[in-house]
Design a protein around this ligand. Structure first.
Ligand SMILES: *Cc1c(COP(=O)(O)O)cnc(C)c1O
Length: 406
């Protein structure tokens, strides 16, 4: 029997509920009965092998090939930099629209199909809107994406090229706009999917199952996740809890909530021992994919972090940009939000909260090419040459000792 439970007070709602949160603002979670008997089935796709764990059936036609992303050792330079020997990178930039959001869009669109919805909507400044637009286009469902006034043109283009209708809404701030637009859902019978919605989270759960397979049943000690709306971190953790429930693993990883120091409502609540988040308003960060200053569902993450001994750390603008550069110099070009976990893991190791021999997975959530704005802060060094001088220039380059140092 599947239903929705509110994540703090445990109120019960039907699975088909159109609003993404409980009336009191708590996030909702899908509860599926019978997980103790759930098994991994044979199947080509992840969602086939873990069908016992999913509340919606996924039609292979809806997939754009999301998931199956590499889980790689971070390599010597990053291990040395953080002081963590067993550092792993989960490269979610290799999804169809270059971010992990695609995993949640698969389940969200499958749900829309199952409910016979002709239109699906979301609120986004970037990756979420891009991903929904692509999956909706593929499924033949109309997508409407609400964006704030300051949404960057390249991200709007990425939504529009898939045929989504983009609505730019003037509002005093993003959180206010989000709340208003989410509130339209019930009245208009329009599902406005949130980054922390219950069905989207079920898609993120598949990442835990995928890592379970990739690590052949072993569980990492820590998983660091750049956190904004909170859907990703709770989805991954839910996956591991369900693997425990099914008897497939016998311990849980500890999650690391990573935020930008400029917009850190969850990290600061945990640091200051508060039970509730205090909204952060009017602040910006170069890591614009993690700018929810007042995430609905944030209190639940604070609660879970306490209960399960999670860690939390933030990264300054400078630390985020440094981490982005270090990852790029190790071969991974990610957007600033996706670089924040590297900076956080280093600080937590230095503080002794992560041990030298602990295994730590960093979630590389989105591609560097999705956020060109950051290049305004960087200069790419280019040597201008011509056919007369190129030989001499190359000789100088080869003789130079300045060889790609960070
Ligand atoms: C959406 C997003 C996040 C934050 O994930 P939430 O589920 O909103 O917490 C982090 N990094 C990138 C690149 C994203 O697009």
């Amino acid at each position: 029997m599947k239903r929705l439970l509110s994540t703090i007070s445990g109120q019960v709602f039907p699975f088909e509920r159109i609003e993404e949160f409980a009336g009191n603002g708590e996030s909702l979670e899908v509860s599926i009965g019978g997980l103790a008997a759930a098994r991994v089935r044979p199947g080509r796709h992840l969602w086939e092998r873990f069908a016992d764990f999913l509340p919606v059936s996924i039609d292979a036609e809806l997939s754009l090939g999301e998931g199956g992303t590499p889980l790689l050792p971070a390599g010597r330079a990053l291990a040395d930099h953080t002081g963590i020997g067993r550092l792993l990178l989960k490269n979610e930039t290799m999804n169809p629209t270059w971010s992990f959001k695609d995993r949640g869009s698969l389940t969200t669109i499958a749900m829309a199909r199952q409910m016979g919805e002709a239109v699906t909507a979301t609120i986004s400044t970037g990756n979420m809107g891009n991903s929904i637009a692509a999956y909706a286009a593929h499924a033949g469902i109309r997508a409407v994406v609400f964006v704030p006034r300051y949404a960057p043109p390249e991200k709007i283009l990425a939504m529009a090229i898939h045929g989504a209708t983009v609505v730019r809404v003037s509002a005093p701030d993003y959180s206010v706009m989000k709340r208003e637009v989410l509130g339209l859902a019930a009245g208009l019978k329009l599902r406005v999917v949130s980054g922390n919605g219950p069905v989207r989270t079920e898609g993120y759960k598949l990442t835990a199952f995928e890592m379970f397979e990739q690590l052949e049943g072993s569980v990492p000690d820590f998983i660091a996740v750049p956190t904004s709306a909170c859907g990703h971190i709770r989805g991954i953790f839910k996956g591991y809890r369900e693997l425990v429930e099914a008897g497939l693993i016998d311990r849980l990883p500890r999650m690391i909530v990573v935020q930008a120091a400029n917009v850190n409502p969850i990290v600061s609540a945990l640091r200051e021992g508060r039970e509730r988040i205090v909204p952060v308003t009017g602040k910006e960060t170069v890591a614009e994919a993690i700018t929810s200053g007042d995430p609905p569902g944030g209190d639940e993450i604070v609660l879970k972090a306490r209960r399960f001994g999670w860690l939390a750390e933030d990264a300054t603008e400078e630390e985020i940009l440094d981490a982005q550069l270090r990852l790029a110099r190790a071969g991974h070009f990610v957007e600033p939000a996706a670089a924040a976990p590297l900076a956080a893991a280093r600080k937590l190791r230095a503080a002794g909260k992560i041990g030298r021999d602990d295994s730590v997975v960093l979630m590389l959530t989105g591609s560097g090419l999705k956020d060109m704005g950051v290049f305004a802060r960087r200069t790419a060094e280019v040597i201008d040459s011509d056919l007369r001088n190129v030989r001499g220039d190359v000789e100088k380059i080869l003789a130079s000792s300045r060889w790609g140092k960070v």
